[in-house]
Design a binder for this molecule. Structure first.
Ligand code: PEP
Ligand code: MG
Length: 579
């Protein structure tokens, strides 16, 4: 047995047989075409393109009724690429004027265009280069007279098929839905294939590099889409263990799906809001599927990272507006960039990034400190957020506040950005509620001041734990000391919730603690009524909330918070979770 590691797209676990799909056609024939044969060669090219057009139209018609809406759109994108003049006309020219055979002329033009897509900083545009090569493979196969090798759809009860490939065209993903999962050499989280996988809930791992060369057809495999692991030819005992986990996972998922439309409330009818954390606008879809009440945290900094130029106002506006539109009237909380510490702008270029060079970046110019030091950049983001707010309810969230003057400065710039939107567009942008993240002990201890000046608070427990316990959240050497249930952390969280309540302002937890089942009862007992977490955790937390009695928990948790002894607190928490 051996294991391959990539990026998990989610979807749980599948145990099945590998189907290794043929990899990209690399042996493209190359020969000269005599002038008198060139018209016939052009005819061969046209027929191949027509064949692929029909193939795509057929696939579109055969789409199952429950296929995700993206599938039809992707087929259309592929069909449109066949009409692209730079692709087809340049290929025709190479056949007519230079006597190249159709395969080679077409292949050379595709490689040229794909290289241009590769240059884009934008991950979305780079992925469109992959769409192009996928369409090109179909044309090259049509020219070679061969069809695409895809196994028959399995019948119910068959052993699941796990597709292993260098790359898979989104259209072929529809077979994967029947099959059970897929593992790909290529791909990032923004690839169409990954987007489809997410919306289909198929276990999937991408970015395995050369994985497809190491797996043989019919090998037993275990694919864990959450952990991002593909185990190849595991022992019988491992297979049994994972079959059991797969079954449990499927049963649980079925049960959880029934909760999507159930209102979230405790046994004693206290309503709770469950929001989703997202890093990309496309993830809003996953949030909706999990029944989220809104987006509680949109981490916008991911859009700024690992590129030479920061995204401009329009690019940002489009991304924020996409999330707002996707959430169909539910609020979207857009956090201004949290650059710095473990999220430098570029990991490979220290000179580009002033924060990466700081002696202790976690205590340096990160988050709001960074934004206030770069007012033009901050204003640009604030304008984009206000423009996006025209499409639906938006809330603005400021990360890592410590000082009152940071609130004042931020509010001034927010007002200025709104005025600038009016000056530039002639439209009055909606006023957006402004909230602050409480993720430093100093902010938690003075939470009342932030609650009074702002419209809402959001507790970032990931950083709050790091700064309270002096544990770098990324340092493996001290990972065992990173304790969300340390009495000091609990007191700071509880104190912040109470301060917000006193000021009459909503408060939420958006750190990992919100999605941690071990913390659900505790947080309800502290008086928390709004959680924001990764969409994959949402339904499990909802199930736990449906079993809670808020009034009873309040008494039990206040007793527990009276203790400063970590051992006693741990014991109290265990009892809280057990009954
Ligand atoms: C947090 O610190 O808890 C938080 C939600 O922010 P991030 O994880 O992005 O630092
Ligand atoms: Mg944080």
């Amino acid at each position: 047995m051996f294991s391959l590691h990539g990026t998990g797209i989610g979807g749980g676990i599948v145990v099945g047989r590998a189907v290794v799909l043929e990899s990209r056609l690399i042996d493209v024939p190359r020969y000269r075409i005599l002038p008198e044969q060139r018209a016939a060669e052009l005819g061969r090219l046209d027929r191949a393109i027509d064949t692929v057009r029909l193939e795509l139209a057929d696939l579109g018609e055969q789409l199952p009724a429950d296929a995700p809406p993206e599938a039809q759109a992707l087929l259309q994108i592929h069909a449109m690429m066949l009409d692209d003049p730079t692709l087809v006309e340049q290929t025709r020219l190479a056949v007519e004027s230079h006597g190249q055979n159709a395969e080679w002329a077409f292949f050379a033009q595709v490689e040229h265009l794909a290289a241009q897509f590769e240059q884009f900083e934008d991950a979305y545009l780079r992925e469109r280069g992959r769409d192009l090569t996928q369409v090109a493979d179909r044309v090259l196969k049509a020219l070679a007279g061969s069809g695409r090798r895809l196994p028959e759809r399995p019948k119910p009860g068959d052993v699941p098929l796990v597709f292993i490939a260098h790359d898979v065209a989104p259209a072929d993903m529809l077979h994967l839905k029947q099959a059970g999962g897929f593992a790909l050499d290529l791909g990032g989280t923004a690839s169409h294939t990954a987007i489809l996988a997410r919306s289909m809930n198929v276990p999937a791992v991408v970015g395995l590099n050369t994985g497809s060369l190491l797996v043989r057809d019919d090998d037993w495999v275990v694919l864990d889409g959450d952990a991002g692991v593909l185990m190849v030819a595991p022992d019988e005992i491992v297979l049994e263990e994972y079959r059991h986990r797969m079954l449990m996972g499927l049963l649980e998922r079925k049960q959880l799906e029934r909760l999507v439309h159930v209102p979230t409330a405790t046994v004693d009818r206290v309503a709770i809001e469950l929001h989703a954390n997202i890093e990309l606008p496309a993830e809003a879809e996953q949030a909706l599927e999990a029944g989220a009440d809104g987006v509680g945290l949109f981490r916008t900094e991911f859009m700024f990272m690992n590129r030479d130029e920061r995204p401009g106002e329009d690019e940002q506006y489009e991304a924020y507006a996409a999330a707002v539109i996707a959430m169909r009237g539910r609020p979207v909380t857009i956090r201004t960039i949290d650059i710095g510490a473990d999220k430098p702008l570029r990991i490979d270029d220290e000179t580009y990034d002033p924060v990466a060079a700081a002696a202790n970046p976690a205590l340096g110019q990160r988050a709001i400190r960074y934004s206030l030091a770069e007012p033009d950049m901050f204003l640009e983001q604030l304008r984009a957020i206000h423009r996006a707010a025209e499409h639906g309810p938006v809330r603005l969230l400021i990360p890592m506040l410590v000082h009152g003057h940071e609130v004042e400065q931020s509010l001034r710039l927010i007002a200025q950005a709104r005025e600038q939107v009016f000056e530039r567009t002639g439209r009055v942008a909606p006023e957006v509620p402004v909230g602050g993240m409480i993720e430093v002990p100093a902010a938690a201890l003075t939470a009342g001041m932030f609650a009074r000046r702002l419209d809402f608070l959001s507790i970032g427990t990931n950083d709050l734990i790091q700064y309270t316990l002096a544990i770098d959240r990324t340092d493996h050497a001290v990972a065992s000391l990173y304790d969300p249930f340390h009495p000091a952390v609990l007191q700071l969280v509880s104190q912040t919730i109470r301060a917000a309540a006193r000021a009459g302002k909503p408060v939420s937890v958006c750190g990992e603690m919100a999605g941690d089942l071990e913390a659900t009862r505790l947080l309800i007992g502290m008086g928390l009524r709004s959680f924001s977490m990764h969409p994959a955790s949402l339904l499990r937390v909802k199930r736990e909330i449906l079993r809670c009695d808020a009034a009873r928990l309040r008494t039990r948790v206040s007793r527990l918070l009276g203790s400063d002894d970590p051992v006693k607190v741990q014991a109290g928490l265990k009892r809280l979770r057990e009954n």
